[in-house]
Design a binder for this molecule. Structure first.
Ligand SMILES: *Cc1c(COP(=O)(O)O)cnc(C)c1O
Length: 231
């Protein structure tokens, strides 16, 4: 990370102002859109900066990297896993993270449930759905999501709080918007069938924030716009 704190704070304030403006333009209350500060591949300093600025949560995509960084951070900040999780790292992930956003298969959700049970934790999760049907992305397909949801509901130590998606990279912004709209309708359907509110829609990154907010995002996962390019 090449920024000092005051440059970072200036970026971060600019991003929050932009979110406010986009919310105003589409009639949303900006307090309903939270920022997850994504510090993956950034120095440990990035975590300090995010905490000092007042962000409530950090997003990381690797279990091992987070295990190294987390002890240096304050207790008050929450840690969320946003990257693909292999089953052999599930136990460590359960102990490290306050929420796991990348749950995309039945075997994984059952492993998380078992490990959470062992340490007496109720683990909040999001189901990661590949609504853009992008072969390069992880995530359960929209069609298979109800089955994954059903399996998660049978896990006593798992709390499903909503859905997450990563939009396909495409210059045409309507592609991202369509992927986000599909996540929202899928959430609405699952909410009716499960009777849960599933209020969290984690969608939108540095390049597609505006589309995500318009489609109803409650959690923007932002790295580059806050910290600059990753090494
Ligand atoms: C890296 C990453 C982000 C942040 O991406 P930026 O474009 O830098 O904002 C968000 N979500 C996931 C899942 C990521 O891996």
């Amino acid at each position: 990370m090449k920024l000092n704190y005051s440059q970072f704070a200036c970026n971060a304030q600019g991003v929050l102002d932009e979110i406010d403006q986009i919310c105003k333009n589409c009639g949303r209350d900006s307090s309903s859109v939270k920022v997850l500060a994504v510090t993956k591949s950034q120095s440990h300093e990035a975590v300090d900066f995010a905490a000092r600025f007042g962000f409530e949560a950090i997003g990381e995509n690797r279990v091992q990297e987070s295990a190294g960084k987390k002890p240096l951070a304050g207790e008050q900040i929450r840690w969320e896993l946003i990257g693909n999780l292999q089953s052999n790292k599930a136990k460590l992930a359960v102990s490290l993270f306050d929420r796991i956003q990348s749950v995309d298969r039945i075997k994984l959700v059952r492993a998380l449930d078992r490990y959470a049970g062992e340490i007496g934790k109720k683990l909040p999760v999001l189901l990661q759905v590949n609504t853009g049907e992008d072969p390069k992305k992880f995530g359960v397909s929209s069609r298979e999501t109800p089955k994954l949801m059903e399996a998660a509901l049978q896990c006593p130590n798992i709390l499903v709080e909503g859905l997450m998606t990563i939009a396909p990279l495409d210059e045409d912004r309507s592609v991202a918007l369509a992927a986000f709209d599909r996540l929202r309708s899928l959430r609405d359907e699952l909410s009716v069938s499960s009777g849960l509110s599933l209020k969290e829609l984690s969608m939108g990154m540095s390049g597609d924030m505006a589309e995500a907010i318009r489609a109803g995002s409650t959690c923007l996962r932002l790295g580059t716009v806050l910290f600059g390019k990753r090494q």
